[in-house]
Write a protein that binds this ligand. Structure first.
Ligand SMILES: [Zn+2]
Length: 464
């Protein structure tokens, strides 16, 4: 049983104010020492307001000296990250512990037996994680300085963000409404290009008074600012102190949608409702591709040729096929089967999914920094990374599926309204609606001698 425990606390320079004050740290440590029956010999408090620049900490040095001198034989800290910030410091601390025979170590936020190999390994990992937090924090500070600069003297020189007034924090109602509408449309399957075109036609201008370009719109809609969050290099680091226009969950969804879209939007706008994997060849199961006839008649076919997987035996004229599928989709929207199928799937509660995804990503970062600190070997790092990445991929797929369901939920049982609006919907949105209900249509070869559209060739496979 230790005879003289030391309490170590550090005043953290925390701009967000989300850390415990030093009084509370010391109180918690005292309670912990009492519970263990360790008499407290002294309390050491460093003022670390000058951030984690590795400045010398006189009280920490005094603690090490007292340990070496043998006047302290146990240490209580609130969290290990209060004790050290750099691996170098931690190793020095271990050396002092070994030299002085100090084996009793307690932290309020979790016990660590620094006498054992495992305990020290854990301490090293925690140290690596703490260092990452510290890096994030210095990023937040940089960002804060930038914010202060922007809302201070430089305001008149710089441009206000879209959706906000000149004070950068008060919502501009008309622009905010446009943003919310755009987010809803994006989530329902509309394209950035479609939204930009629409805004430009309606006279919605950028803050500089110009028309919207796709990339500018993308940046604005994906920005953390509009959901009242701060970001640094695309990563959300803190909650801002201005009014949010959309929720942080909206921002997460927008980013998910845009991340999924980057793969396909580089192509020109789809003129073919059923391209992109919805049609399959009834002979070889290849995806039918959009390929007009010489005379311009739109057509899908199983493409045969060098580098193409198809058999070339199936082709179908697009127009009547698309009309037929549209009608089938609209019909299916009103069926009890669809309502029942969606009943189990909606409302899409994706918050838990999102939380898991965030946790997995955080774990991946921790692992990376542990590798960076040489706490794990490269093969170990790779092996540990694999299952986490697999989980992240699976979660992303599930989220994409939930987003897809969102495209139709407003229309279930209301096919009449959708039927009226259908022709005016952008193709991307029509496509999102079709794809959310229909998995694929298998198209059989045309019967000999029949030129007219023949629904018997089609075998739809419904998703819901
Ligand atoms: Zn084929």
């Amino acid at each position: 049983m230790p005879k003289a425990a030391a309490i170590y606390a550090r005043i953290s320079s925390d701009p967000e104010g989300d850390r415990l004050g030093v009084t509370r740290q010391v109180e918690d440590c005292r309670t912990m020492a009492e519970r263990r029956g360790w008499p407290v010999a002294d309390t050491y408090v460093d003022d670390d307001v000058s951030a984690y620049s590795g400045k010398h900490r006189p009280e920490y040095q005094r603690l090490l000296a007292d340990m070496r001198a043998g006047t302290v034989d146990a240490v209580v800290v609130w969290h290990l990250d209060r004790l050290h910030r750099h691996p170098r410091e931690l190793e020095e601390f271990f050396e002092v512990c070994d030299g002085a025979g100090v084996r009793s170590m307690a932290s309020v936020t979790g016990d660590t037996d620094l006498a054992t190999h495992d305990g020290r390994f854990l301490a090293r990992i925690l140290g690596a994680v703490a260092r990452k937090e510290s890096d994030d924090k210095s990023r937040r500070i940089t960002r804060k300085h930038e914010e202060m600069a922007r809302s201070g003297r430089l305001v008149r020189n710089s441009t206000r963000p879209f959706g906000y007034r000149d004070d950068f924090r008060t919502i501009e109602p008309a622009e905010a409404a446009a943003i919310r509408e755009a987010v809803a449309r994006l989530r329902a399957g509309d394209s950035l290009r479609g939204i930009a075109t629409d805004w430009n036609e309606r006279g919605i201008r950028t803050v500089r008074g110009g028309p919207w370009k796709v990339q500018v719109l993308r940046r604005m809609l994906a920005s953390a600012r509009i959901s009242g969050q701060r970001e640094y290099k695309g990563e959300i680091v803190a909650t801002g102190h201005w009014e949010p226009i959309i929720t942080p969950e909206d921002t997460a969804r927008v980013r998910a949608v845009l991340a999924g879209a980057t793969r396909t939007t580089t192509r020109t706008v789809r003129r073919y409702l059923l391209s992109g994997g919805l049609l399959r060849c009834g002979v070889c199961e290849s995806v039918l591709v959009a390929r007009p006839r010489q005379d311009g008649t739109r057509r899908y076919l199983c493409a045969k040729g060098p580098g193409l997987p198809g058999c070339g035996r199936v082709a179908i004229v697009a127009e009547p096929l698309e009309r037929f599928i549209e009608a089938a989709v609209l019909y299916r929207l009103d069926t009890p089967e669809l309502a029942a199928a969606l009943d189990g799937a909606t409302p899409p509660d994706d918050d838990g999914e999102r939380a898991n995804l965030a946790a997995d990503r955080a774990q991946l970062e921790e692992l990376a920094s542990a590798y960076g600190e040489k706490l794990v070997t490269f093969p170990e790092y790779l092996a540990a990374r694999k299952p986490i990445e697999a989980r992240i991929e699976a979660a992303k797929r599930r989220l994409a599926r939930l987003t897809r369901t969102e495209a139709i939920t407003p229309y279930v049982g209301k096919a009449g309204a959708l039927r009226e609006a259908w022709a005016d919907l952008p193709l991307t949105r029509q496509r999102a609606i079709v794809a959310s209900i229909l998995d694929r249509v298998v198209v059989a070869p045309a019967a000999r001698g029949r030129n007219r559209f023949d629904p018997d060739r089609l075998e739809p496979v419904w998703r819901v």
